[in-house]
Design a protein around this ligand. Structure first.
Ligand code: FAD
Length: 457
């Protein structure tokens, strides 16, 4: 767009702040309204995930506003999954084909503060303790409550709605005739715990891995923090057998952990305190349409597509939205702002739905499949095919985490690739080591079934 614009951004979480920076760098006037107090002036919030896995999609979007160096100081590379099975030594299962393919643990609070500081530096107006109460998506009017509890009305600017999974804007849009707003709560929830740092801030377990204690129907994971601690998250059913409902007193919690996670118990000295002090978080998937109202409002991040966290892609996808919205607003030919919002939705909505599906599938992979020898055999063959046919065969996990290929395309190719792997392994013993494989047949299958795909990026 040639003329300078101005926007109201609702929500100063990860997507709202990054999007505000993108807009300000294009000389737009931007004001962000956030219901919470400025997190830079408060203690970190208990109970919320305090670190996140950052992957290539998120890193590219952060690099797009020049933050690649600043991010490095906040991250710890994780080169694979460290599997902790009962009675066995931990085993590292690499994420990528080599050491260049890693993901990064990053502090949510540190990242949010960095983005807020950058937004400040770019002249973005940040208004904390301003809760959006209602929006009129026909006129673009926003009703807020300010810190004094007074009602404030905003109008005259397009709205970027980055107000998270419970988005007021999405729910309002969803009430329009023909609109869809699906919010599906998972039957599983989560609880955060902590592995504190050892003496002199030492890590008590390998810091360069994402640790998983897979237990079939449930699992626990741990990601490293820069201070030597780990944020641990227990994911399991809300009710039924082995569920949060069953863990209501200290004895039940102790027995449960001694039984299922004996190797982790010595690492969790504050287990009982953390377990009862931290809330049990809910998880869910949001799918909606449309994502925009003419030229009045557009949804980004969790407001448009909250997903379960099992692929570590919610933030990454939200950051990719910011990257793509910037392109749609400023780098394409389009007659109007409404057309630009529509193009953004056209590019992003199928991809958000695809990563929502893959995130649900990945829960099974993390808590269950990683214990199956055939899963490891298929992974080994997938890496071997990638080595032999680079660019033509890339494991699905790698497409999602290390490439920028649209999620929907990664999902489509992933289905084909699974069937190729199964076919090639038909006569093979169902566990490692990888033996004789007919790579001529593999090449034929890849050429025949994946040839129509655009090049991987
Ligand atoms: P949010 O970060 O939720 O920000 C929304 C903001 O809007 C908040 O600041 C909120 O206070 C504000 N707001 C809400 N309502 C209003 C209102 N009415 N008025 C004003 N302001 C409002 N993603 C990854 O990529 N990797 C991971 O490893 C990962 N792990 C996760 C683990 C867990 C347990 C969970 C729950 C999520 C995880 N995610 C992960 C997902 C990630 O946290 C989200 O996708 C990401 O935070 C989305 O950013 P957002 O800005 O869209 O929403």
């Amino acid at each position: 767009m040639s003329q300078a614009l101005s926007f109201h951004v609702l929500g100063a979480g990860l997507a709202g702040t990054l999007s505000a920076i993108y807009l300000a760098r294009r000389d737009a006037a931007v004001d962000v309204y956030e219901r919470r107090a400025d997190p830079r002036t408060e203690q970190g919030e208990g109970g919320r995930s305090i670190n996140l896995a950052l992957a290539n999609r998120g890193r590219r979007a952060l690099a797009g506003v020049g933050l690649e160096r600043d991010i490095e100081a906040l991250t710890i590379p994780m080169r694979g999954r460290m599997l902790h099975e009962v009675g066995k030594a931990p085993v590292l299962q690499p994420y990528g084909k080599d050491d260049s393919e890693v993901i990064y643990s990053i502090s949510r609070a540190g990242l949010n503060a960095l983005l807020l500081n950058q937004a400040d530096a770019h002249g973005v107006g940040l208004h904390f303790e301003h809760r959006t109460e209602a929006v009129d998506v026909d006129t673009g009017e926003v009703l807020l409550t300010d810190p004094a509890g007074t009602r404030v009305a905003l109008s005259g600017r397009p709205i970027i709605a980055a107000d998270g999974g419970g988005s007021v804007v999405r729910r309002t849009l969803g009430r329009r005739p023909g609109a869809l707003n699906s919010e599906v709560l998972s039957s599983h929830g989560y609880k955060e715990l902590t592995i504190p740092a050892g003496p002199d801030g030492a890590f008590r377990i390998d810091p360069n891995a994402l640790h998983i204690w897979p237990r079939g129907g449930f699992m626990m994971i741990a990601l490293p923090n820069l201070d030597g601690s780990f944020t641990v998250t227990l994911f399991m059913a809300m009710n039924g057998e082995n569920s949060f409902d069953e863990l209501t007193d200290a004895d039940q919690v102790s027995q449960f952990f001694e039984h299922w996670f004996p190797s982790a118990v010595p690492l969790l000295p504050d287990l009982l305190h953390d377990f009862f002090a931290n809330p049990t978080g809910e998880l869910g998937t949001v799918r909606c349409a449309p994502w925009h109202a003419d030229d009045k409002a557009v949804l980004i991040g969790d407001a448009a597509h909250a997903i379960v966290p099992f692929h570590g892609q919610g933030m990454n996808c939200a950051f990719e939205d910011c990257f793509e919205l910037d392109r749609c607003l400023f780098d394409i030919e389009a007659p109007s702002l409404a057309d630009r919002f529509a193009e953004f939705e056209r590019r992003r909505r199928p991809n958000a739905n695809a990563i929502a599906d893959m995130a649900i599938e990945n829960y099974i992979e993390m808590r269950e499949s990683v214990r199956d020898p055939y899963f490891h055999l298929k992974k080994a063959l997938a890496f071997e095919l990638e080595r032999r046919f680079p660019g033509d065969f890339v494991p699905r996990y790698s497409m999602v985490m290390f490439h920028h290929i649209p999620y929907a395309e990664a999902q489509r190719r992933g289905v084909i690739q699974q069937s190729i792997l199964d076919e090639l392994l038909l006569e093979h013993p169902r566990e490692l080591p990888l033996g004789d494989i007919d790579y001529g047949h593999a090449e034929a299958l890849i050429r025949e079934q994946l040839a129509d795909a655009p090049g991987l990026v």
